[in-house]
Design a protein around this ligand. Structure first.
Ligand code: CA
Ligand code: CA
Ligand code: CA
Ligand code: CA
Length: 385
């Protein structure tokens, strides 16, 4: 009986709304170390965070997605490697349940090569996400929010970018990430029905202090009625649900929303979007909430690079309080607590006082400035006369 239900679930799991691609140019970019810092870095103040850290190699972001092309020059040296596993000896040397898993696992084909294979092509989605997380800061191509962290490659999506595994397989993928040292898990995928098949694995991750970041999803309905739509795992209380904003910092036309929206990150408008890495040394533009979540996951990786003893709830609290409020004051259903502010979130790890509202004395100081200016003008006038 249970088996039959599993098969039914398999047929409906993970309808991923992604993203068309086209070339475009974005305004509002500036240069850091010769690299073009595009609009999203400008809006979330990535460069401010980099004054404290580019991330630590010890911090691992698991990208549970479509498989990553680490041969891309901007992703060189980014891949997690399982140092406890000996390659190609047919043995599970580290006894983690997976044979020869030297750099992640493919839960679609059930093999040790989550990345590109001739016989089993990957979709570009995960490579694009990995660039947004950890693309190198070398003045070429593009750069991620946390250019010095490590990315773990775990594949659950088939070459079509839709479900390639069962919901239990998805749960196993989460558990693999946790058991092999992930600090943050990025889940840029969603399903319209909740499932108990992987809920215990989500709970397990949180119990091991692993933060899970997911998406509000995209329904592409522009008339307003259909976009308030709950999907999973982003809709779970335990998971950070990230929506997307336009170039002008409004909720993007394609971004789902609701009470469960926790924070938003800039992806840009439908039809132009954001730039990142793609398989075969390519750069694509894409849009969708899939590319908002990795910016938040990378921000958390920077925070953990400074202090890896922060709890999941402490990290969420900092993200809420450091976010730039958008729309109606306070948390709202469209943009949650507001736009990701990486600089402020990272600073708050070392100095929580940056999260406090400005106190009265500083307001009084500001109000003195125009009075002083008026006095100065009067003095100058008097001297002239
Ligand atoms: Ca193993
Ligand atoms: Ca082995
Ligand atoms: Ca494979
Ligand atoms: Ca608000």
């Amino acid at each position: 009986m249970l088996k039959k239900r599993n098969i039914l679930v398999l047929l409906v799991c993970f309808s991923i709304f992604m993203v068309s691609i086209q070339n475009s140019t974005n305004n509002g970019s500036f240069l850091v170390k010769g690299a073009e810092i595009t609009f999203q870095h400008n809006q979330i103040d990535t460069a401010g965070a980099w004054e404290l850290t580019y991330g630590s190699k010890d911090i691992i972001v698991a990208v549970i997605d479509s498989g990553i092309d680490f041969n891309h020059s901007q992703l060189e040296g980014v891949s997690w490697n399982n140092s406890d596993e000996i390659a190609d000896n047919g043995l599970d040397d580290d006894s983690n349940g997976y044979v020869d898993d030297t750099h992640g696992w493919d839960f679609v084909s059930n093999d040790n090569e989550p990345g590109p294979e001739t016989s089993d092509p990957i979709h570009w989605h995960a490579t694009f996400i990995s660039g947004l997380i950890a693309g190198k800061l070398d003045g070429l191509g593009m750069v991620g929010v946390a250019p010095n962290v490590t990315v773990m490659d775990i594949r659950v999506l088939a070459a079509t970018n839709y479900a390639g595994t069962t919901l239990e397989g998805f749960g196993d993928a989460i558990r693999y990430a946790v058991d092999n040292g992930a600090d943050v898990i990025n889940l840029s995928l969603h399903n319209y029905s909740n499932s108990s098949y992987y809920y215990d694995d989500i709970i397990y991750a949180i119990s091991q202090n692993v933060v899970i970041v997911s998406i509000t999803g995209n329904t592409w309905v522009s008339d307003g009625g259909g976009r308030e739509y709950l999907s999973f795992p982003g809709g779970l209380n335990e998971v950070i649900s990230v929506g997307a904003t336009s170039y002008t910092q409004e909720i993007a036309d394609y971004s789902n929303y609701g009470e469960w929206t926790e924070i938003v990150a800039p992806v840009g408008d439908e039809g132009t979007g954001i730039r990142s890495t793609a398989p075969g040394e390519e750069y694509f533009y894409g849009w969708g909430t899939s590319f908002a979540a990795p910016q938040v996951a990378a921000a958390i990786a920077l925070m953990k690079s400074l202090n890896n003893s922060l709890t999941v709830s402490e990290i969420r609290d900092i993200l809420h309080k450091s976010a730039t409020d958008l729309g109606d004051p306070g948390h709202d259903i469209y943009t949650g607590y507001g736009l990701l502010n990486v600089s402020k979130a990272v600073r708050a790890v070392l100095d929580p006082s940056v999260l406090l509202p400005p106190d009265d004395s500083s307001y009084q100081f500001l109000s003195i400035i125009p009075i002083l200016a008026v006095i100065t003008i009067i003095v100058i006038k008097k001297r002239k006369s």
